[in-house]
Design a protein around this ligand. Structure first.
Ligand code: MRU
Length: 343
């Protein structure tokens, strides 16, 4: 089993996803600042995984607060929470996890700072276990959409590495395989960070699930040739109307799938649904450093001074989505009402 993140001796250990697939090295966070750094620098990535990391960061942050007076403790911890929430803007799981921890602090105020520190540590452990249970449940619901022999295209990495374990989109594939269905996977390489080439390909091969790697510009041709039966991707944030922010390039795949009458599914936990954001237009989209586009493995591949755009995510409008697979079941269009019913 792939271990994305866990506690070890009061430190947070994360598999360093920048180094995969070549090296399986663990990155150690001894304090909350190093958790923030790990999230920003993509040591850990994927919406549910950064949610779990954020919760562990809050637990580490709480330990660093010396104040015993509860009002001071709460004030200092709340500043730490704000810093953690600001690590990356698009995946709503980050704020969701931090706010869950903050609610716990408020609920246990009367028990004092030391007890709260223990409670936060346990809660972060529970969030990791819960995430894996949720993914298995997403898998159970979603696998019914796949037939024996299907070839599923996926974009980015929405697998064990992007979550506490098992995965969302890849969890659906895992569950179908566990049911005895023969499923083949096509992984988009996912420029510029190559989560598909480096992470999804590695994860599927490690699980003995047949995977074929393609560059992002090949999916249209394969769909046209009838080689793709379904598309399943994850989500960083789902607006109340069902618009989905996910890795840049997802929208392009959704439009292509629609043109070729291929179902396009999103697999995500309810914690990725942001009921306070009415449509995709209000979702903040992270812009990442231009060097991710102009350089490859530290070497410049584009002319000096060229203008660059590097949005890390795009928004797929709800009209391009066939179904949203959650731990509570599959939401179908119209998503405004079907998603609301899940809560
Ligand atoms: O920039 P990343 O690698 O954090 O982006 C990850 C994605 O877009 C995933 O598809 C999404 O977080 C879902 S992960 C279950």
């Amino acid at each position: 089993m792939i271990e994305t993140i866990r506690w070890k001796d009061n430190r947070v250990l994360m598999i360093d996803q920048r180094k995969l697939p070549r090296e399986e090295k663990y990155f150690v966070c001894a304090n909350y600042r190093s958790v923030i750094d790990a999230i920003r620098r993509m040591v850990i990535r994927g919406a549910p995984a950064i949610g779990v990391a954020a919760a562990m960061g809050v637990a580490l942050g709480a330990r660093s607060v010396r104040a015993k007076r509860i009002d001071l403790f709460q004030e200092r911890l709340s500043r730490i929470c704000e810093e953690i929430k600001a690590a990356r803007p698009t995946a709503v799981n980050l704020a969701w996890a931090v706010e869950r921890m903050e609610r716990l602090v408020a609920d246990h105020r009367s028990e004092g700072a030391d007890t709260i520190k223990t409670i936060l540590f346990r809660e972060s452990e529970e969030m990791l276990k819960q995430d894996i249970r949720i993914n298995r449940s997403i898998g159970r619901h979603g696998q019914a959409l796949l037939k024996d022999g299907d070839c599923v295209l996926t974009h980015c990495n929405a697998g064990a590495l992007a979550t506490g374990g098992y995965g969302t989109a890849l969890g659906v594939i895992r569950a179908a395989v566990e049911k005895g269905k023969k499923i083949r996977v096509i992984a988009d390489e996912t420029r510029p960070f190559l989560q598909g080439a480096r992470l999804t390909a590695w994860e599927m091969m490690k699980s003995d699930i047949p995977v074929t790697l393609i560059t992002d510009n090949m999916s249209g041709y394969l769909m046209y040739k009838g080689e793709v039966n379904a598309v399943i991707v994850g989500a960083d944030r789902i607006a109340a109307n069902g618009d989905v922010a996910n890795k840049i390039g997802t929208y392009m795949v959704a439009v292509l799938a629609g043109t070729h009458d291929i179902p396009f599914y999103v697999a995500a936990p309810l914690s990725s649904i942001d009921r306070d954001t009415p449509t995709g237009d209000q979702i903040p989209i992270e812009e990442r450093p231009p060097e991710e586009v102009t350089h490859f493995q530290g070497k410049r591949i584009a002319p000096d001074g060229v203008a660059v755009k590097n949005p890390a995510f795009d928004v797929t409008p709800n009209r391009n989505i066939s179904g949203i697979i959650t731990e509570k079941g599959i939401a179908l269009p119209p998503f405004g009402s079907s998603l609301a019913e899940m809560f």
